[in-house]
Ligand binder design. Structure first.
Ligand code: NAD
Length: 471
């Protein structure tokens, strides 16, 4: 990865602003062309992206296609299929008192937007917001994560060549480069990553009154009870947890269940892990690696926080940590304080659904919560009594591939949401356009001074009618 020279950053952003003000990014044809070019790039250079993701995260080619490249292509296709409709001004009703008039909501591009991406899905999370930004007609700066250097370099090398350089800039680098970027004025900042940096972004954005989207993380709980087939639940929990070696923002963080449920679930989880990654995950190409030494150290420090029910093996030279189940974990232990973001799954005993709901509600609002229960009343309670970015019944993580579901957090897990049409709306301003013909003039005789007795009576009659209406 070659960091962008700091002194070039203001000029690069100014260049984008110029392009935007010249209207380069506005035509529907330009937006379509960019999306099609990005699509072609992902297909033509798919093997290179796979190799970069393998280098950064030991990601298998299949997983790279499924969760990064393929995901992006399907988002592009969805945007292309709906762009004309999204861009169309929407007529809205005009109240009788304002008629004759027409009112429309007209989406317009915000201008120059900044996308800051994390390392865990380093391609998908850098480019997915870019799809929305381009569809909405913006110029974009994208800052991939320095912690996934192979993917960052490849994005920097390929994207500007494939797309319109006048309107898309890739900045590579770490804290100094991001800090320099944040000093610039943007029309929206879209940040994905942790809450600590989220606060830095929010402070910098406040300086320019720039709106922000913060896609953050958190500890996403899973609740399991015995009214559900535990073997099927175990398979899905293991899949959601150990994909990308647990480094997924919506991965199950910990499992809650009554002691007898967890006793039955633990061997089923072990069996599911075995089915997914075999008896030697270290040798299985489908199983990923921890992104760097710092994350590796942090994760292995959690292994002492409970009894290892399965896994626990690790190899610093390879940044490998086996899929691990932890039992007998103290609710106050570090593994239950921090977002785990790795392949360690604590099983936490609760006395029942009340205890589980109290535990989850007493913590920061998570990015997702998952419930495996066949009991409709239990499911209703989770929906009504907890708050989280998303709620998955009987399946983790999959909500993020439903384009019409908002993807985002609440409270500590973030603000704002995207995917599908929402990605277009995030990067658009909805302009209110009202058009009222000068003739006939309905304003001077009714609501403009001088307020004659007749006008006063009219206003009071109107108010009386408002008050008559039962609410
Ligand atoms: P990271 O370390 O790659 O940081 C993200 C970005 O912030 C990078 O581009 C980095 O350069 C920048 N950055 C880091 N320090 C900075 C600073 N001091 N000032 C300005 N910019 C700075 O990624 P991360 O934060 O470790 O990512 C993991 C976190 O992201 C987890 O909490 C995870 O749950 C969350 N996440 C959320 C989503 C989501 O969609 N909600 C997706 C993936 C990850």
């Amino acid at each position: 990865m070659t960091a962008t020279a700091l002194d070039r950053i203001p000029d690069l952003v100014a260049g984008l602003r110029h392009s935007h003000s010249q209207g380069v990014t506005r035509p529907a044809s330009w937006r379509r062309a960019q999306l099609l070019q990005l699509r072609a790039l992902l297909i033509e250079r798919g093997a290179d992206f796979e190799a970069a993701l393998q280098a950064d995260l030991g990601k298998s080619g299949t997983e790279a296609q499924l969760t990064e490249i393929g995901f992006l292509i399907s988002e592009i296709d969805h945007a292309l299929a709906h762009l004309a409709k999204w861009m169309r001004p929407r007529r809205v009703r005009v109240p009788l008192a304002v008629q004759p008039a027409t009112a429309r909501v007209v989406p317009e591009p915000l201008g120059v937007v900044l996308v800051i991406a994390p390392w865990n899905y380093p391609l998908m999370l850098a480019l997915s917001p870019v799809i929305g930004a381009l569809a909405a007609g913006n110029a974009v700066v994208v800052k991939p994560s320095e912690l996934a250097p192979a993917t960052s370099s490849l994005i920097a090398k390929l994207v500007p060549d494939a797309l319109d350089r006048r309107a898309i800039v890739v900045i590579e680098g770490a804290v100094p480069e991001t800090t320099a970027l944040l000093a610039e004025r943007f029309d929206h900042i879209f940040y994905t990553g942790n809450g600590r940096v989220g606060r830095i972004v929010a402070r910098a954005a406040a300086e320019h009154l720039t709106p922000i989207t913060l896609e953050l993380g958190g500890k996403s709980p899973v609740y399991v009870d015995d009214s559900t087939p535990l073997d099927a639940a175990a398979k899905r929990i293991a899949w959601g947890k150990f994909m990308n070696a647990g480094q997924t923002c919506v991965a199950p963080d910990y499992v809650l269940g009554r002691p007898e449920v967890l006793r039955e679930l633990a061997p089923l989880l072990a069996e599911a892990i075995h089915e997914l990654y075999g008896s030697a995950p270290a040798k299985n190409p489908d199983y990923g690696r921890i992104v760097n030494a710092a994350q590796f150290e942090r994760l292995t420090s959690y292994l002492g926080d409970g009894e290892i029910l399965m896994g626990g093996e690790y190899d610093p030279a390879d940044r490998f940590i086996a899929p691990t189940l932890l039992g007998n974990v103290d609710r106050a232990a570090a593994v239950m304080r921090d977002e785990i973001f790795g392949p360690i799954l604590p099983l936490i005993e609760v006395s029942g659904v009340d205890d589980a709901l109290a535990l989850v509600s007493g913590r920061d609002k998570p990015l997702a919560a998952y419930v495996f229960s066949g009991d409709a009343a239990v499911r209703r309670r989770w929906e009504a009594e907890t708050s989280s970015g998303a709620l998955g019944f009987d399946v983790p993580a999959l909500h993020l591939v439903v384009p019409d579901l908002p993807f985002g957090g609440v409270g500590e897990s973030g603000m704002g949401a995207y995917h599908g049409e929402r990605s277009f709306r995030v990067f658009s301003h909805e302009k209110a356009v009202l058009s009222k013909p000068l003739a006939p003039d309905t304003l001077a005789p009714t609501i403009m001074p001088p307020f004659t007795l007749g006008k006063d009576a009219l206003v009071r009659r109107w108010l009386g009618k408002l008050l008559e209406r039962s609410v």
